[in-house]
Design a protein around this ligand. Structure first.
Ligand code: NDP
Ligand code: 8X3
Length: 255
């Protein structure tokens, strides 16, 4: 029987690549996000290219009622979730705290922290009932260190780091594994979203060095979920060679 993976934020970037890689490796996939057109297109592509099932759930992780209905639609069908990838997230704005936009802060806190909590709150009881499951939280180097102008985004990812550790402690006795992947700079739609759609500025973020790509992180997620059952990878930090620490990129060296 194929295992099933639910990936939040699979319409783009890391979530999308993870969906494709897990499908390629025989997982049935449940992809989520707010952009239904993208979900449908990815679903069609996965169903065409891989012999797995692929379901879509279109919802906003910030809205707990939407999260409850979406996950209930699965439990009502006795859908078992083997793997939950808590990936949906974003940065919004890149300002010093004193210049910060409160709407940006709320967006990040509501998505990266509350959204992850809402989805986990609905999926975990089902995993406990099953007696197995694996949660992979996508954190960030911004959850391990901080950088100038990262303030609230870094705060939300530090919270993801804390939740990752809490979940692991609380869920081990139920046979559930909990892991995190914490990437440095990955070129996705992340910077476009952070810089409010300014594609010129967003492109410059990745100038002069070889950034990570979404496939690098998907590869790590697959590595984590494909270990033998008795092995858990607690935590991974993955950086570009040219980014030795958060907010510190070495440019124009040819790597
Ligand atoms: P993208 O912007 O490419 O993808 C973000 C995904 O999250 C999209 O599928 C988006 O779907 C989804 N999403 C955002 N907000 C919501 C919401 N309110 N409800 C549901 N889904 C939502 O960025 P990445 O792939 O780079 O980001 C994925 C994760 O990786 C994030 O948690 C990010 O913080 C983390 N990360 C990224 C790094 C990077 O450098 N790129 C580095 C470290 C961590 P839709 O818009 O359709 O809802
Ligand atoms: C994003 C990582 O280094 O681009 O989570 O800020 S970084």
């Amino acid at each position: 029987m194929n295992k099933t993976a639910l990936i939040t934020g699979a319409t783009s970037g890391i979530g999308k690549s993870t969906a494709y890689l897990l499908a390629k490796n025989g997982y049935n996939i449940i992809i989520t996000g707010r952009r239904s057109d993208r979900l449908e297109q990815i679903q069609e592509d996965i169903l065409t290219n891989f012999t797995v099932e692929c379901e879509t759930l279109c919802f906003d992780v910030r809205d707990n009622n939407q999260v409850i209905s979406a996950i209930e639609s699965l439990t009502n069908k006795n859908q078992i979730i083997h793997v939950l990838v808590n990936n949906a997230g974003l940065a919004s704005g890149l300002d010093k705290l004193q210049n910060g936009d409160v709407d940006d802060w709320n967006k990040m806190i509501d998505t990266n922290v509350k959204g992850l909590l809402y989805v986990s709150r609905q999926v975990i009881p089902q995993m406990i009932k099953q007696g197995f499951g694996h949660i992979v939280n996508i954190g960030s180097i911004a959850g391990k260190e901080v950088y100038t102008n990262g303030n609230v985004y870094c705060g939300t990812k530090h919270m993801v780091d804390a939740l990752n550790k809490s979940m692991r402690r609380e869920l081990a006795e139920h046979g559930i594994k909990v892991s995190a992947v914490n990437p440095g700079a990955v070129e996705t739609e992340f910077s476009l979203v952070r810089l409010h759609g300014d594609s010129q500025k967003a492109g410059k973020v990745y100038d002069g060095f070889e950034n990570l790509v979404a496939e690098d992180i998907a590869d790590a997620v697959f590595y984590i979920v494909s270990r033998p059952e008795h092995v858990n990878i607690n935590d991974m930090i993955i950086m570009p060679k040219a980014q030795p620490s958060a907010g510190n990129v070495i440019r124009n060296k040819g790597y």
